[in-house]
Design a binder for this molecule. Sequence first.
Ligand SMILES: C[S@@+](CC[C@H](N)C(=O)[O-])C[C@H]1O[C@@H](n2cnc3c(N)ncnc32)[C@H](O)[C@@H]1O
Length: 342
Amino acid sequence: MSEETPRPPRRKRYSGKNPRRFEDKYKEHDPARYGETVAKVIASGKTPAGTHIPIMVAECLDALTLEAGMTGVDATLGYGGHALKILEHISPDGKLVGLDVDPLELPKTEARLRGSGYGADRFEAMRSNYAGISKALSQCGLAGVDFVFADLGCSSMQFDDPSRGFSFKSAGPLDMRMNPHRGLPAADWLAKVNPEKLEIALQENADEPRAESIALALAGKIFPNTLALASAIRRSIHVSDEDERELTVRRVFQAVRIAVNEEFAALDAFLRALPNCLNSGARAAILTFHSGEDRRVKQFMKAGLRDGIYSAMSDGPIVAGPEERRLNPRSSAAKLRWVTRT
Ligand SMILES: C[S@@+](CC[C@H](N)C(=O)[O-])C[C@H]1O[C@@H](n2cnc3c(N)ncnc32)[C@H](O)[C@@H]1O
């Protein structure tokens, strides 16, 4: 082989026909190159490793009432699935600002959207918490926008990557921070938390019915990794039904994640800031994934409608259709609500 054409890197070794570990699924991590494999994974109802399938795209676009030339914000950029569709609808001269707290995924998403042809005049990516949406807009020189979209919670890239510590399916450091450079990892948070505070978090963040006994078993303890926490949760409850036991593990992981990332405080600040960011007639649409999020969004929107801040609100939650729920189980819990700024 000549010096100009270096040998391609060797494929990683794994046992069996197909890679099973998140980091070994090199084809799924590269949809631009291995589109056929990725399409097969999606058709089987799974999310390809390192990607995210956007949820209720048609419903979200409809709720935002987009037109060419509009300027708006995607407050939770993630993989950029919704952002890409929004950009198509506001092109050729619209502008989108994409916010995300995740410093690991944001540069990859920015590069993907640039690769799809959106330059800095059409799309700007900012590492920012959506609680600071007003500041982010003024940094972009925008007094108000024509739409704001938010798709709350974590992305599949974060959930599925064991090294981020969100998943109880494989061993990983007990971290769970969307921004690993800020705040306490979940392991430190659990080691410091007292049973009363943990019980409240389990109730408020995940409607956990066995909050008291689980809090007593977990608070102040040290867990070396995600699997150790999952085992401790299973041991702390006396439930014979396996599905219910696994649902409990899921709820406790959700509650700890919400606490570690201070998700409700950020959401409240975002909802308070929203009216001042929207131009008259502008739409805000928000996708939620559990009752704690949806309750907040619904209450803020209803109060805004009552006080004349908003002139219209969606009639109840908009949910995913049966085909999407079958193809992407993560869409089953989604609820979309929108408001129009007076
Ligand atoms: C469900 S994903 C969004 C997926 C995106 N709509 C797509 O189509 O790829 C949620 C994203 O919001 C980000 N996020 C969560 N809380 C945030 C906050 N307070 N401020 C900004 N971004 C946040 C997460 O890091 C994650 O990337």
